[in-house]
Design a protein. Structure first.
Length: 385
């Protein structure tokens, strides 16, 4: 009798242990979503969800049937978007590309944290521990939005289930009131606009690449085969606000090899450029930045100045600097296709793990605009201090 009772209890325990569990997790790197204006005058904002993963954390296969997004204002759904089964299938088929991106650019996936303990599914059916990654979901709206709701819909047999996560949306810019880092008239070749590349890389989403134009509307005179041909090369770089230097690297060579060669086709140049960039990425973020300075502004924000000229860095870690003080000169070290300053503000000193912050510039005008607005990619910028 005792043995039969034990066998019955043991069998029941096995049945409970083997019962299918329907559990799904939505994973992101961000704890809040930051925005950038598309049109200040018209109140149009933009936001990019860089990537997120839907992970099967249960013990049985589930089918991911759809994902929806809702932009919220005071908990009210104002804008909605739906990714149907076909969109899920397309995302799953991108698993090899996502795997490659995670290997060569781990910062895009919070350095392994987002996909920790998972494998990528290649269909809309996720085995236990498998995930589907969705890349690059842009949003544009007019008016106020304060939350992004993401809903994942899955099915286990006949049982349908929804899981949701809500991230706050902030339109706040940096607490640091920043001077423009290059004085005079310059060219913001790359900013946070959707049509230029920074916006699509999580670690530099709100960064600027700053160049200068010559009288013939190019960035260089002569053949452009020498660094000194470029109008911005060697121009002083200034601290954008008071702070303490926490990193300063200045002995790396300027990257002449990445300049485009006379007669080189765009196609050939892109192949050579990608090979050079891959080699730098393999060496780590320090190689990508080249000569650089990082300043702690004492408010949880750090300014980063990259690709500085070899031998120009004029500060050392621990030094206190004042707004406007020269800290180096524009160069072309690291991952630089021509002389320029890469500048951004982050919530930490390590560009490979920090979250970029839209910048509060205070001393500029846009000479070809009638009214003040946020600096966009392609703008001519003129400092006033």
């Amino acid at each position: 009798m005792g043995r039969n009772l034990f066998a019955t209890v043991f069998a029941a325990s096995l049945a409970i242990a083997a019962a299918p569990t329907h559990a799904v997790e939505i994973r992101l790197c961000e704890h809040e979503m930051r925005t950038a204006p598309l049109s200040d005058e018209r109140g149009v904002q933009s936001m990019l969800l860089q990537r997120f993963a839907v992970v099967n954390t249960g013990n049985s296969p589930v089918t991911l049937t759809g994902v929806s997004f809702n932009l919220l204002d005071k908990q009210e759904r104002r804008d909605s978007r739906w990714l149907a089964a076909a969109d899920v299938a397309r995302a799953a088929k991108q698993a090899p590309q996502v795997t490659m991106l995670a290997q060569i650019f781990p910062a895009q996936f919070c350095n392994g944290k987002m996909l920790a303990g998972t494998k990528l599914a290649t269909t809309d059916t996720l085995a236990p521990g498998e995930a589907v990654v969705f890349m690059y979901q842009p949003f544009v709206w007019k008016g106020a939005r304060d939350g992004l709701e993401i809903i994942a819909e899955t099915r286990l047999g006949a049982l349908a289930k929804t899981d949701r996560i809500v991230l706050p949306i902030t339109t706040a810019t940096s607490k640091t009131q920043a001077l423009f880092p290059v004085a005079g008239r310059s060219f913001a070749a790359v900013g946070a606009s959707f049509h230029t590349p920074h916006r699509w890389a999580s670690i530099e989403e709100f960064a600027y690449d700053i160049l200068m134009m010559t009288g013939n509307t190019t960035t260089y005179s002569g053949t452009g085969t020498k660094l000194a041909d470029y109008a911005v090369f060697g121009k002083p770089v200034r601290a954008v606000a008071d702070g303490k230097v926490v990193a300063a690297v200045g002995n790396g060579a300027d990257n002449v090899a990445m300049l485009k060669r006379p007669g080189e086709t765009d196609e050939a140049y892109m192949v050579r450029l990608q090979q050079g960039q891959m080699a730098l990425l393999a060496k780590g973020m320090a190689a990508v930045l080249g000569n650089h300075v990082v300043i702690d502004h004492g408010n949880g924000e750090f300014s980063i100045y990259a690709h500085l000229k070899q031998g120009s860095v004029a500060v050392a870690p621990g030094a206190m600097v004042k707004a406007g003080e020269s800290i180096g000169a524009v160069g072309s070290s690291g991952n630089s296709t021509e002389p320029h300053l890469h500048f951004q503000i982050c919530d930490g000193p390590d560009i490979g793990s920090c979250q970029p912050i839209p910048i509060s510039f205070i001393d500029y005008r846009l000479p070809f605009e009638l009214a003040p607005r946020t600096i966009q990619s392609g703008d001519i910028v003129e400092t006033v201090k």
